[in-house]
Design a protein around this ligand. Sequence first.
Ligand code: SD4
Length: 337
Amino acid sequence: MTARRDFIKKGVVGAAGLLAGCAGDVDAGNERSPSDASIDTLSATAKGPVILSTWNHGLAANARAWEVLLAKGSVLDAVEQGVMVTESDLGNRSVGLGGTPDRNGHTTLDACIQDHDGRCGSVAFLEHIEHPISVARAIMEKTPHVMLVGEGAQRWALENGFTRKDVVIPEVRTAYLEWLKTSQYKPIANVENHDTIGLIAIDEQGRMAGSCTTSGMGYKIHGRVGDSPIIGAGLFVDGEIGAACSTGTGELVIRTVGSHTVVELMRHGRSPAEACEEAVRRIMKFLPNPKDYQVGFLALRKDGAYGGFAIQPGFDFALRTAEGETLVKVASAWKPA
Ligand code: SD4
């Protein structure tokens, strides 16, 4: 099978213009069968600041994060403010208060953040707060803990400057009432091109940070927490090595501590794309039928190299560098016959 190197240019931002000439370097768009392991998995490398985030909603998040970096904000501010754009988008059904509810009709939110030095904060099973990522950061900065959940997290947030927001979206309500008729939990892998947002970044000085925020799997059991707020699963940052984040079926990512695995593989010499591929293949070892699942990883190494890999086609990531903004299609292990 021949590797198809495919670099999709889209949504140019500002004067930087289109990313050009990267097609031969980037490990994107290679759709391969699981047995086709011999193809070289190069990762592209960018100079200066680099921001990667999951799915096409990452374009708007990256644009905000880039503005923060341009204004000499910290990379931690950039990863927080970037995903806040996605959290505020009430048209998004998988991030923020516009997210699809759980089976009891509650939209519950999970998020985490980690900085260059490994400091981290996390919140899970949170309701009625517009920016869970900021709650996660506040937990990191103001408490001796890493993670707060549920009612306790909400109370703490309200006592610490966050305001309650009640959002009712008729379309979401109608879809929920329709879902109640069958009440079947059968997430369809990859049917929509918008999902959890994970965003990882490196600034001009080589400092790294990452953020991850989601409303989780639609119609999950009330109380369910996925990988996204779990440091090491949905996100991991080691300022000496690199950062990784994930999207997809969180249970699979938690079982393999996926993002930590990716960073450790980079520590031991794998390129970002190779590390993501190995993490995906470990998950696939216990999947009887990969076509029913999607998990994708993104990785960014300290030297600016980046890459991704997914179980199946359809996962893409938004990339922002000094050369511009683009959406990159991610290589996958499984493809339809
Ligand atoms: C989760 N990884 O909660 C998330 C799902 C996801 O929007 O990516 N969804 O398992």
